[in-house]
Design a protein around this ligand. Structure first.
Ligand code: ATP
Ligand code: ZN
Length: 296
């Protein structure tokens, strides 16, 4: 292997919704990323990895070809490109919990709409023709598909199409263009994808090390350390309430017979409602702490 091949290459979006969060994920995994002179390729100083910064639409192919070992892309883009990806070349390894959005069909406010059957014979503008055509086929709808690379929401006003199929997060853009969402085609979030084809041009041990760290970061996002005092008699009830906790540590409290301290790692979000239920079950002095690092 040459020097170049000893470094992992990771494809991330250069500019847009996923750009910052993609780099942050690897920074939380301990990588020091130099946002340097080379705009296309950012280097990690303390780990043999480089970040190829490209348009999100190119990321699935970069990973499929083996040019990059890993990539971060929206599921919507991955599924849209899926027919063009060689079988077995890409594996969706992890959902990442950011970049949430929904691909929706939206119609002009004045249009009568009851069900997908109302889409028969209309033209639909979209940047996601593959996903839209799948949806239409599944619902037995015959509609025209007008492919646009952007500004899909203005298509009805420009009379380029009757309705749109576009990504929605808050719905404000639709409302501003006199449209209302009527159907969900796909829910999406950012995913980590990895090359699984024959060209393993990158060192597997490095990849495994990095993925273990990423898993640690993802695990700590929701995970909390929770501590409380409680009467020993309430232990069963409390364990029942604790969200996603393994076996908690239970220790006697000095000078307080029948009272114990309970410490547990909770793998799910701890909500105020959970704390209220713990209190009602007899707990006091309840503390919820974030976990900074974790290796499973
Ligand atoms: P590029 O120049 O890379 O092609 P783009 O315009 O296609 O950029 P963005 O609008 O930055 O892409 O969105 C990238 C991805 O982020 C989308 O494919 C989708 O998965 C997700 N996404 C889109 N809109 C939002 C949003 N409002 N909030 C969070 N994630 C979003
Ligand atoms: Zn794009």
């Amino acid at each position: 292997m040459t020097d170049q091949e000893q470094r992992l290459r990771i494809a991330v979006q250069k500019k847009g919704q996923l750009a910052d969060k993609s780099l942050q994920l690897f920074e939380q995994a301990g990588l020091k990323i130099t946002r340097g002179a080379n705009d296309l390729l950012y280097r990690a100083e303390n780990f043999p990895a480089d970040f190829l910064r490209v348009r999100d639409d190119d990321i699935p192919q970069f990973v499929a070809s083996g040019a990059c070992a890993l990539g971060i892309v929206g599921e919507n883009v991955l599924q849209e490109d899926w027919p063009e990806i060689e079988a077995g070349a890409v594996d969706v390894s992890r959902p990442l919990g950011f970049g949430h959005c929904t691909l929706k069909i939206a119609v002009p406010n004045e249009m009568d709409y009851v069900s997908p059957a109302d889409l028969n014979g209309v033209s639909i503008a979209t940047s996601y023709p593959v996903l839209l055509k799948n949806y239409l086929a599944q619902n037995g709808v015959s509609a025209g598909v007008v492919e646009m690379s952007g500004a899909v929401e203005v298509a009805p006003r420009l009379k380029v199409a009757d309705v749109v199929c576009d990504l929605v997060s808050t719905g404000q853009t639709l409302a501003a263009n006199g449209l209302r969402a009527v159907e969900t085609v796909m829910k999406s979030e950012a995913v980590l994808i990895r090359h699984t084809g024959r060209k393993t041009l990158y060192p597997e041990d490095l990849l495994a090390r990095l993925l273990r760290r990423v898993d640690g970061v993802l695990a700590t996002r929701e995970t909390k350390y929770i501590m409380m005092n409680a009467p020993e008699s309430a232990l069963d009830d409390i364990i029942e309430i604790l969200p996603g906790a393994g076996a908690p540590t239970v220790t006697p409290l000095a000078g307080k017979p029948g009272q114990v301290a309970i410490h547990a790692v909770c793998q799910e979000s701890v909500f105020w409602e959970t704390l209220e239920r713990l209190k009602a079950a007899g707990s006091s002095a309840i503390l919820v702490l974030p976990i900074e690092k974790m290796m499973l």
